[in-house]
Design a protein around this ligand. Structure first.
Ligand SMILES: [Zn+2]
Length: 478
């Protein structure tokens, strides 16, 4: 029996606002526990929340990038459950009137949209640190850190329209890049500012009946996402093939055993006893304000632009993964630099220096980079030998041509000399000539090398190669 895989995702992104969502505590990642806390985010009696407008602005940016419908009227609700890292015993979230609905994100590699059901704003919880065990039950004791309590969190819920592990990974990657490019989050999975839960169900191919849904919680890396999904899909397939039932439940991913494990049966919305938050006014937005929030070019828009420029998927991924290099690329091509050689240069020589921290962005010379790429493209530069000067070439506002001439890096063609030397090399190397005429291509490379050695930058390798071939052909004819 063949099965269709149906995946829905819930992604949490922490917003990098200066302050928390409902109080003026600093919103920062710090290793000092309980440094940024106050009566509001500790839920002390008598304290009242006040909404942070920057969080609303960041939210609108994301909603716009995901092409959502932003609701002009929305409200906060209390979601009730007990956990020690949540000091109020409820979380301020949004239930029936979220800030935005009905969005979409395009997956270029699958040529499809992932539709987004809703996005809402809520507060993050604190963090429990279990000592002497993996969880609250096993631990000897548990430490509580409320630095994260009250940090603005956006929850993005997709429709169940993702049909493979690769689609799920691409969706999360693209969403991560989108938040990064909008400047609304640092989206670091290892620090918890990007987390995701996935719902997985299987249904027999061509069947209309949906299978039971299993939720996998708290996935905190792309590797875990792929592994947990692969494992869970196989687990469900095996159960169904044995005629067993899938239990609707919440499972966790155990990195040690590389398996998912049952945490609890799935709770329903009514279990949380949602009700409107009485301490906060509804959020009423006007269209003018929404229009005034401008967003940067998104990765999806860049993607479309780069495909039109003829870049490959690999080149595009490289650019998007490196926002600084991507921005440089855009500056260069807006100065009429040819996109293909430019991205090739950025991906190889430039990336090498960048990865070795040799790029000083403040002192970068756009003019020299443009000129250098053009010279490389025209094969007018000794690329191999110029590499060791590349840091100087790209940074100091030197006169590039003069610098290259002074260091003998410019190829200045002297066609008379090339002709003379090629003739000399042909007559000096009868064996190589013979080999080439017998069809050994390598011999040509040897002859070119011999000529280049004597020409010392006075001709381009391809000119010399063409010249040798032309002369040998003439020899054969006569
Ligand atoms: Zn606070």
């Amino acid at each position: 029996m063949e099965y269709d895989v149906i995946i829905g995702m819930e992604v949490h992104i922490e917003l990098s606002t200066e302050k928390k969502l409902f109080c003026s505590c600093k919103n920062e990642f710090t290793y000092e526990p309980n440094k940024n806390v106050c009566p509001v985010c500790l839920g002390l009696p008598g304290s009242l929340p006040v909404i942070n407008q920057q969080a609303i602005e960041y939210f609108i940016k994301l909603a716009k990038a995901l092409e959502c419908k932003i609701n002009l009227f929305s409200k906060f609700d209390r979601k009730h459950y007990f956990y020690p890292d949540m000091p109020k015993n409820y979380q301020i979230s949004q239930y029936d009137l979220p800030l935005a609905v009905a969005g979409k994100l395009f997956l270029p590699n699958f040529n499809k949209y992932v539709h987004i059901r809703r996005i809402h704003l809520e507060e993050d919880t604190g963090k429990s640190v279990h000592i002497g065990g993996e969880n609250l039950r096993e631990a000897k004791y548990t430490l509580l850190n409320y630095n994260r309590a009250g940090v603005p969190l956006v929850e993005i819920v997709t429709e169940p329209v993702i049909h493979s592990v690769d689609e799920a990974v691409e969706f999360l990657q693209l969403l991560r890049l989108t938040a990064l490019y909008l400047g609304i989050s640092d989206v670091k999975m290892e620090e918890g500012s990007l987390r995701c839960d996935v719902n997985v169900s299987l249904k027999p191919k061509n069947s209309e009946v949906l299978g039971k849904k299993v939720e996998i919680k708290n996935i905190n890396s792309f590797r875990f996402l792929a592994r947990a999904l692969n494992y869970e899909i196989e687990r469900q397939k095996n159960l169904l093939r044995q005629g067993k039932e899938i239990i609707q439940e919440t499972r966790g991913w155990d990195e040690k055993t590389q398996t998912t494990y049952s945490m609890r049966t799935k709770e329903e919305a009514h279990d949380y006893r949602y009700f409107p938050e009485p301490d906060l006014l509804p959020i009423i937005l006007d269209q003018q304000y929404i229009d005034s929030v401008k967003i940067q070019t998104t990765p999806s828009e860049y993607y479309k632009k780069y495909v039109a420029l003829g870049l490959t998927h690999e080149e595009i991924t490289f650019l998007l993964e490196n926002p600084n290099i991507n921005s440089l690329f855009n500056t260069l091509i807006s100065n009429q630099s040819d996109p293909r050689p430019t991205v090739k240069f950025l991906k190889t020589d430039f990336a090498y220096l960048f990865n070795n921290n040799q790029i000083n962005w403040q002192k970068l010379s756009i003019k020299n980079i443009l000129e250098y790429i053009k010279l490389v493209e025209k094969k007018a530069i000794d690329v191999v030998n110029s590499r060791k000067y590349l840091v100087e070439i790209l940074h100091n506002h030197i006169n590039l041509i003069e610098f290259l001439k002074a260091n003998n890096l410019l190829i200045q063609e002297d066609s008379d000399l090339a002709e003379k030397i090629v003739e000399k090399v042909i007559s000096d190397n009868p064996q190589a000539v013979e080999d080439y005429l017998q069809g050994k291509e390598k011999a040509l490379g040897f002859l070119v090398g011999q000529a280049m050695k004597e020409l010392k930058g006075k001709a381009k390798p391809n000119t010399v190669s063409e010249l040798i071939v032309k002369k040998l052909k003439a020899q054969v004819k006569s």
